[in-house]
Ligand binder design. Structure first.
Ligand code: C5P
Length: 222
C-alpha cells in the first residue's frame, strides 16, 4: 500500500477534527487526532495531581501509561490504561491545562515519535498543530485550516449548547485566544503554517466544501 500522509494543522476550533474525520472516512484512511494524545496525558497528569511544569514527571508518566486512540472516524475514542477517557479529555480543566503540558520539549519528542509510528507506511490523516511543520515534514499533502476567532468561538459555543453544556461565548473566546497564543509562542514546534501547506479559511464554509477542496488537492497530486 502506498504511503499517503495528510497533515491538517491550525488553531483551536478551526474545524480540523471535523474535517479530518470526514476526510479520513471518505478516503478510508486512518484518522489520528494528535490533540487527543496531549489531552490524554494532561488528563492523567491532573488525575495524579502532578505539577504541570515538571517535564521529567510528565515524561515518566507518558512512559508508564498505555495511551491509545481507538474507535473509528465516526466515533473516535481515547483510552488511558484501557479505561475510556473520550469525554474526560474534553473537559474545560483539561482544555485549560493542555497547552502547558504540550509545551515541554521531551513530551513533544515522545509524542511526535508515537505519531510518526502511527503514520508510517500507511494512508493516514493526522490533525494537530505541528504535523506538517515538524512531525511529518514529508507528508504528501499539508493543509492549514484557519477561521476568525469569533467564528471559532461561535462554533464551540453552539456545539456546547447543542450538547446541553452550559456555555458562555465570551469565556470561550478568551480561552481559545489564550490557547492559540500559548501554542503559537512556545519554543518547541509551535503552531505555525508549514511553508508548503495550503491555507484554507473555513470562516464562511461548510465542512463538506472544505473536505471536497482537500480531496481535490489530493487528486491534483496524481
Ligand atoms: O486539537 P486540540 O484542541 O484537541 O489540541 C489540544 C492541545 O494539544 C492544543 O491546544 C495544543 O496545546 C496541543 N497540541 C499540540 N500539538 C499537536 C496537537 C495538539 O501541541 N500536534
Amino acid at each position: 500500500m502506498d504511503k499517503v500522509n495528510i497533515a491538517i494543522d491550525g488553531p483551536a476550533g478551526a474545524g480540523k477534527s471535523t474535517v479530518a474525520r470526514q476526510l479520513a472516512g471518505r478516503l478510508s484512511y486512518l484518522y489520528v487526532d494528535t490533540g487527543a494524545m496531549y489531552r490524554a496525558l494532561t488528563w492523567k497528569a491532573l488525575q495524579e495531581d502532578l505539577p504541570l511544569h515538571d517535564e521529567e514527571q510528565l515524561t515518566q508518566l507518558l512512559e508508564r501509561i498505555k495511551l491509545e486512540l481507538g474507535g473509528n472516524e465516526e466515533a473516535p475514542r481515547v483510552y488511558v490504561n484501557d479505561a475510556e477517557v473520550t469525554e474526560g479529555v474534553r473537559t474545560p480543566e483539561v482544555t485549560a491545562a493542555v497547552s502547558e503540558v504540550s509545551a515541554h520539549e521531551a513530551v513533544r519528542r515522545m509524542m511526535a515519535e508515537k505519531q510518526r509510528m502511527l503514520a508510517a507506511n500507511r494512508r493516514a490523516v493526522l490533525d494537530g498543530r505541528d504535523i506538517g511543520s515538524h512531525v511529518l515534514p514529508d507528508a504528501e499533502l499539508k493543509v492549514f485550516l484557519t477561521a476568525s476567532v469569533d467564528e471559532r468561538a461561535k462554533r464551540r459555543h453552539e456545539e456546547n449548547v447543542e450538547k446541553g453544556i452550559s456555555s458562555d461565548f465570551e469565556e470561550i473566546k478568551q480561552a481559545i485566544s489564550r490557547r492559540d497564543e500559548q501554542d503559537a509562542n512556545r519554543t518547541i514546534a509551535p503552531l505555525v503554517k508549514a511553508r508548503d501547506a495550503y491555507e484554507i479559511d473555513t470562516t464562511n464554509q461548510q465542512v463538506e466544501d472544505v473536505v471536497a477542496e482537500i480531496e481535490s488537492l489530493l487528486r491534483q497530486l496524481g
